[in-house]
Ligand binder design. Structure first.
Ligand code: PEP
Ligand code: MG
Length: 368
């Protein structure tokens, strides 16, 4: 109706005005009101997105999903092609850091040039770092390209996805070391001090986070997969979306454990799952003590704005209390109440109630 159309035009104006206002401050460092500094970086899938990352005030690339460059092609890109792509990315972002995640193929991310595996449960199958360790030539080509690109601006950080145990991490590092030795022997320059980190997205990695932390320079918590694997729900399955709860106390406790283990070992801990991009979760993420947050570029200004208006002491208190509650709904209700009180303008424009809604009933139960 005319009335509805004009209502939505008004809403659009309201959102645009609000975003214009907060975008002005998006290039300032993210500092809470009590002076706690957190890094805010961008997740990208293709090189072109660095324009959006920079425009929105990201302080680096916290996750480059390298597999997207390998998809929609007839054959695997060769080392030279990868090297040029990676070098351009690193140089364009310098001196800010670029966190390159090694190939995270398999499950929902497939390529035409690699034999498709018959797997009953691809999400639990030969994917990601496992696939790379099975096909070391493909893995080495990518590592060589990354290492060569690291020489230029020395701002590349390397990160292995879906690591589930120490053995896997050591094998990946052994292959990396081998490639480094080959390059050294051939007098090809690379950044000798390139930080090497690991993604924390499998529950077993959380359980042994103290051991993993001794062997890497940083952690990056991938909540998209950590939620999927810890709650035993397929993140792409519509029948169980009602169980996909970032605020599930089990998820929050796992995250807390990983962050504490990282900090105890003196390494930085980031978050690069979608949870970091949703402003309604910002106080929880701050209270969980992450050092850096990485998210889709468009989310950066809103999240930075909320950080600059938060008080770290309050966020810590909120998380302490939330960890004593039994369900995501209870935590969500308390979060909703606090957000409406503290950030009325943000949530007058963007309504958080949809996120906080009670999970819908599973389909089978609705049908009966
Ligand atoms: C994650 O699992 O949280 C993550 C960042 O990786 P992806 O979404 O690419 O699996
Ligand atoms: Mg993942």
């Amino acid at each position: 109706t005319e009335r509805e159309i004009s209502h939505y035009y008004e809403r659009q104006d309201e959102i645009e005005t609000y975003l214009k206002e907060i975008n002005r401050k998006a290039h300032l460092p993210a500092l809470t009101r009590d002076g706690h500094r957190v890094g805010v970086e961008a997740n990208i899938e293709v090189l072109e997105e660095i324009v959006a990352a920079k425009d929105n005030g990201a302080e680096g690339i916290g996750l480059y999903r390298t597999e997207f460059f390998f998809m929609n092609r007839k054959e695997m890109p060769d080392e030279e092609t990868l090297y040029h792509e990676y070098r351009e990315l690193a140089e364009l972002m310098a001196p800010q850091p670029v966190t390159m995640r090694t190939l995270d193929l398999g499950a929902d991310k497939l390529v035409g040039w690699h034999p498709r595996l018959e797997e009953a449960n691809p999400a639990l199958g030969l994917r990601s770092i496992r696939l790379c360790l099975h096909y070391p030539e493909m893995f080495k080509a990518q590592l060589r390209a990354i290492l060569r690109a690291s020489a230029a601006a020395q701002n590349i950080r390397l990160m292995f996805p879906l690591v589930s145990g120490i053995g896997e991490l050591r094998e990946a590092k052994r292959i990396l070391k081998g490639v480094q030795e080959e390059l050294r022997a051939a007098r090809v320059p690379f950044h000798e001090e390139m930080p090497v980190g690991v993604m924390i997205e499998v529950p077993s990695a959380v359980a042994i986070a103290d051991l993993l932390a001794k062997e890497v320079s940083f952690f990056s918590v991938g909540t998209n997969d950590l939620i999927q694997y810890s709650l035993a729900i397929d993140r792409g399955n519509e029948h169980v979306t009602y169980l996909y709860e970032p605020l599930h106390p089990g998820v929050l406790r796992l995250i807390k454990h990983a962050v504490e283990a990282g900090h105890k070992a003196g390494i930085e801990v980031s978050i690069c799952g979608e949870m970091a991009a949703e402003p309604v979760y910002t106080p929880v993420i701050l209270g969980l003590e992450f050092d850096r947050l990485s998210m889709n570029p468009q989310a950066v200004p809103r999240v930075k704005n909320l950080i600059s208006r938060s008080v770290m002491k309050d966020c810590r208190k909120f998380v302490r209390k939330a960890l004593q509650l039994g369900t995501a709904v209870e935590i969500g209700d308390q979060l909703h109440e606090m957000m409406m009180k503290k950030f009325p303008e943000e949530f007058r424009v963007f309504d958080p109630s949809a996120l906080m809604a009670r999970p819908a009933l599973p389909r089978a139960r609705r049908d009966h």
